[in-house]
Design a protein around this ligand. Structure first.
Ligand SMILES: [Zn+2]
Ligand SMILES: [Zn+2]
Length: 140
């Protein structure tokens, strides 16, 4: 086992998740690709090397990661759920041309509102949409 895989196993164990091969591969995919994939995208890529993998396993694993705070859900579009292994507060920008989702840092303090001081906040999302620099430049 190489070091990277060992680290992933440790991350899973810390969350009391049994580090099965499929779970390790799905976590690795999220951590390495950082592309905010959907269940389908992960399934299509990983089934090539794991023919016994099912969509339901991918879905259930991601749900488990979400509940264990190893991943967060990105719902920038109503009709698609994406997953992100970066669980710290950060914003997402979706390019409406190429569909790429970019991470950007946000100032957590700026996301505070006095009007919500008595509310318990469980999730904060910052979603921007527009055209990324690459698409903007090629369309000129
Ligand atoms: Zn773009
Ligand atoms: Zn992200």
């Amino acid at each position: 086992m190489n070091q990277k895989i060992k680290d992933l196993v440790e991350i899973l164990k810390e969350k009391n998740i049994k580090p099965s091969y499929q779970r390790i591969k799905i976590l690795e995919y999220l951590v390495l690709k950082k592309n905010h994939p959907t269940v389908d995208e992960i399934f299509k890529d990983l089934v090539k090397e794991m023919p016994t993998l099912s969509r339901a396993t991918v879905y259930n694993t991601l749900d488990l990661f979400k509940r264990s705070e190893l991943a967060r859900v990105v719902t920038i579009e109503d009709n698609e759920t994406r997953y992100d292994a970066e669980v710290s507060v950060h914003g997402h920008f979706k390019c409406e041309n190429c569909g790429t989702i970019f991470d950007f840092p946000v100032d957590e303090k700026a996301l505070y509102s006095d009007a919500l001081k008595d509310f318990m906040i469980t999730e904060k999302n910052v979603y921007f949409k527009g055209i990324c620099p690459k698409c903007h430049n090629t369309n000129k």
